[in-house]
Ligand binder design. Structure first.
Ligand SMILES: N[C@@H]1[C@@H](O)[C@H](O)[C@@H](COP(=O)(O)O)O[C@@H]1O
Length: 276
């Protein structure tokens, strides 16, 4: 697993956006098949979306031949609710880029049959040849998508009960009223993320530092589902200084040193041969 430590959130966001653009362009040079991109919500990727929109508007990348799959969505929250992940994705990203609507996939948390919806999602990912790059964030408790502590590390897309900590953290988007935060979500599984050809996770801020410590320095454990990435052949965490507060000094220095030539956002889209 690679760990890239940036001075601040803005640099991190620029780096990740440039990296994704590099991947899309390299793919498009090789094949006319669409690039399949997994996407998260939350505050962590907002800066990356902002930078991707800028790069798109400058003509540096096209999303015409990109298919997206979002990680998760609340159950029984109307799509039009301002805090639905549908609303989030359109207002932060899709409304600002030229991507065909039919290329956008987000789980339907209002489907009549939620289990069938999850199965349909898995089948659709398979049908387009799998996810080329899954971008993600993590919760304070190390959950990836909505794979809360204790989730099977081989889990697939399914209905998931949200724990109180996650609902409390997310209550900031629901007038700080825990009762307004949905109790269930649809989420891709840890196994679904692990099947992606590449996984890039954004970790920002001190509140994520324990999760980053467990992800990088702890063992693989279902109690910190992000730690499954240690078993992925091409995974990378991109973090800012604040998120490193719980890392050992030696771990911090190790990754700072080995990635020192790759940290400039302008170089992010260069090849990553020999780095994983
Ligand atoms: N389901 C989402 C996750 O996909 C996201 O990673 C996490 C962290 O969000 P933030 O980036 O706002 O800290 O929030 C939610 O739980």
């Amino acid at each position: 697993m690679r760990l890239l430590i940036h001075d601040n959130y803005d640099l991190l966001s620029r780096w990740v956006a440039n990296y994704i653009v590099g991947k899309i362009k390299a793919h498009q040079e090789k094949t006319s098949e669409p690039f399949v991109l997994g996407l998260p919500t939350g505050s962590s990727p907002v800066g990356t979306y902002r930078e991707l929109v800028k790069l798109n508007q400058k003509g540096r990348v096209s999303f015409q031949n990109v298919i997206t799959f979002n990680m998760d969505e609340y159950v029984a929250l109307e799509e039009s609710h301002p805090e639905s992940y549908h609303s989030f994705m359109y207002s932060n990203f899709f409304n600002h880029i030229e991507i065909p609507k039919e290329n956008i996939n987000i789980l339907d948390g209002n489907a009549e049959n939620l289990e069938a919806e999850c199965l349909r999602y898995e089948e659709k990912i398979k049908a387009v040849g799998g996810i080329d790059l899954f971008l993600g964030g993590i919760g304070n408790d190390g959950h990836i998508a909505f794979n809360e502590p204790g989730s099977s590390l081989t889990s697939r897309t399914r209905v998931k009960t949200l724990n109180t900590e996650t609902r409390m953290v997310n209550s900031r988007f629901f007038e700080n009223d825990l009762n307004k935060v949905p109790k269930l979500a649809l989420t891709v599984g840890v196994g679904t993320v692990m099947d992606a050809k590449e996984v890039v996770i954004i970790v920002s801020g001190h509140q994520k530092s324990r999760a980053l410590h467990m992800a990088v320095e702890g063992g693989v454990s279902h109690m910190w589902t992000i730690s499954a990435l240690q078993l992925h052949h091409k995974s990378m965490i991109v973090c800012d200084e604040g998120a490193t507060d719980e890392l050992k000094v030696s771990t911090y220095k190790y990754f700072k040193d080995i990635e020192k030539d790759n940290i400039d956002p302008a170089l992010a889209s260069q090849g990553d041969q020999y780095l994983f």
